[in-house]
Write a protein that binds this ligand. Structure first.
Ligand code: HEC
Length: 410
């Protein structure tokens, strides 16, 4: 697996943003779903309440105005009228409405276990509507119940057996539990059932559409941000990185990046170009001074070598080459002290002076024996001067021949 730290900026940015967005989507989705669910539930409870109230009102109205009509037409019994109205209202909907009672006359009005439980609750004094989401045979459904109290007008048929109209007495003989209600007693309840699975399904479809649209918008934003980051940040940085690579490879400081804007990336490019110009100037300068120095030592009458503090020779002139009997290539990199008899003594002496902080010092050492090309040990006077370039100490030695032969040569 690729480690996160090794990824490009765009990839990192995309991953972080995507994770944030997913977290946001999930939280937003859950919250939205719950909110919508609550709204739907409240809306459905409202609907159930309206239907139930309508039934109660219809029944009460019928009970108040009837004057013996049901005895001729059973369809005008208040409960039957109200049920018919409710069935017509909910005909084309998924709503299911009925009226139930613990002491029912019509077996069709027998309460189911849930309704029975609620009716018992009403009998125990809970006189308000009840609603709850329950798992029915077809999934989740909202169950709403509105209790109905026995009014005076109801007692005409639900009071004592003796006072009931004959058509009621004929159908429901003495001792039937549907008699003997007292005013204010709960006779039954309107029960409304609303299946929620369809609504929930619709809601998740909506939510899915919502997520798809939001996801699409997010991808668009991500794409645009990625493009902008590439253009504004990554392109300039990789230009600079490529240039630095080229410098490392070729050693040439002539590279320049086209300047752009004054934002942070633009400042980076300007700074890079300035640095390159300065480096170019510096190297040119040092190349020139080195050139001058080489010309100078070439013309010198004595052998001249420049070496580092460990003795490694880096520059030599022709005279030195001749003295040591080696070509320039052979001398460069050689240890200068090895050409001297007792070179280690001189090395120690120089080391002490250098660590003491002497810089640009001139050390004159008389009478040194230099081993020449033919292995002779010749007396030489050595003048040393130190200098520091680029943090490195360089020591230049001028070797003057003290032998008679040497003096003659000069
Ligand atoms: C004219 C007589 C009459 C009046 C007045 C009357 N009812 Fe009834 N009620 C009946 C009859 C008959 C039934 C049975 C209907 C059927 O067969 O579906 C019934 C059924 C019911 C039921 C359904 C449960 C069951 O027993 O099958 C409820 C609840 C109910 N009545 C409540 C009331 C209330 C509340 C009132 C007063 C607002 C009222 N009734 C007034 C005659 C009456």
């Amino acid at each position: 697996m690729v480690r996160f730290a090794n990824l490009g900026i765009t990839a990192k940015f995309t991953i972080i943003l995507t994770l944030c967005m997913i977290a946001l989507f999930v939280c937003g989705g859950i919250y939205g779903y719950q909110r919508q669910q609550k709204l739907i539930l409240m809306g459905e409870v409202d609907n159930a309440r309206i239907i139930a109230r309508q039934i109660v009102e219809a029944r009460e109205y019928m009970a108040e105005v009837l004057t013996g009509e049901p005895s001729r037409n059973y369809n005008l019994v208040p409960q039957v009228v109200a049920t018919q109205i409710a069935q017509r209202i909910t005909k084309n909907s998924t709503y299911y409405v009925r009226q139930v009672s613990l002491r029912f006359r019509n077996p069709a009005n027998r309460p189911d276990p849930y309704e029975e439980e609620q009716l018992k609750g009403f009998n125990d004094g809970a006189t308000n509507e009840t609603y709850r989401i329950v798992f029915g045979p077809k999934g989740e459904e909202l169950r709403y119940l509105l209790p109905m109290k026995a009014e005076k007008s109801c007692l005409e048929c639900h009071g004592s057996f003796e006072s009931a109209p004959s058509f009621v007495r004929q159908r429901f003989p003495k001792g039937h539990p549907s008699y003997n209600y007292h005013p204010g007693e709960i006779i039954g309840a309107v029960s409304v059932t609303i299946p929620l699975t369809g609504l929930y399904r619709e809601m998740s479809v909506n939510l899915r559409h919502d997520l798809i649209i939001r996801g699409g918008l997010f991808l668009l934003v991500l794409f645009f941000m990625g493009y902008m980051i590439h253009r504004v940040v990554i392109n300039p940085i990789s230009l600079v990185a490529r240039s630095i690579n080229r410098v490392a490879r070729t050693g040439s400081f002539s590279d320049r990046i086209p300047e752009r804007g004054v934002d942070e990336a633009g400042q980076l490019i300007t700074a890079f170009n300035d640095m390159m110009a300065e480096l170019e100037r510096k190297t040119e300068q040092s190349r020139e001074s080195e050139e001058r120095y080489r010309n100078f030592i070439r013309m010198a009458r004595s052998a001249v070598v420049t070496f580092l503090d460990d003795g490694k020779i880096i520059i030599s002139n022709e005279k030195a080459e001749r003295l040591f009997g080696k070509s320039r290539q052979e001398i460069i990199g050689e240890d200068f002290y090895r050409f001297l008899e007792g070179g280690d003594g001189l090395k120690a002496k120089i080391y002490v002076s250098l660590t003491a902080g002497a810089e640009g010092m001139i050390i004159e050492t008389r009478e040194h024996r230099v081993v020449n090309a033919s292995g002779d040990r010749l007396p030489f006077e050595i003048a040393l001067s130190t200098s520091k370039t680029g943090g490195k100490t360089m020591i230049t030695a001028i070797l003057r021949d003290l032998s008679a032969e040497g003096s003659r040569r000069i």
